[in-house]
Design a protein. Structure first.
Length: 110
């Protein structure tokens, strides 16, 4: 497996971006992860994952307009690239093949 392999949290961030849609930035991405996973998510870990995903070419970003509510700072919005969508689909296919037919996951004893 390459060093560029997609980690679980990175995959979850990609999926959260796809769920949030056009206005995906750190806070709504973290909220989506918390709602979907039922666990608290540190905003810093979301931004660290976004940096890694952007470096891998799996997400792209753009700066929005500065807002007075943010002290004149602009939000950084993210979207999943075509390459990122391919990685998500590949991960889905791989997990599905690995899960298929496992008695432990059907409630049966091993």
């Amino acid at each position: 497996m390459s060093r560029e392999a997609l980690g679980n949290f990175e995959l979850m961030v990609l999926l959260a971006i796809l769920r949030v849609g056009e206005d995906a930035y750190g806070v709504p991405i973290a909220q989506e992860l918390e709602e979907s996973g039922g666990k608290d998510v540190l905003l810093g870990s979301v931004y660290a994952a976004l940096d890694r995903l952007e470096a891998k070419g799996l997400v792209s970003s753009r700066l929005g307009d500065p807002t007075p509510e943010r002290g004149g700072r602009a939000k950084k919005f993210f979207k999943v690239t075509a390459r990122g969508v391919r990685e998500v689909r590949d991960a889905q296919r791989t997990f599905t093949r690995l899960w298929r037919g496992l008695p432990e996951l059907r409630g049966e004893s091993a």
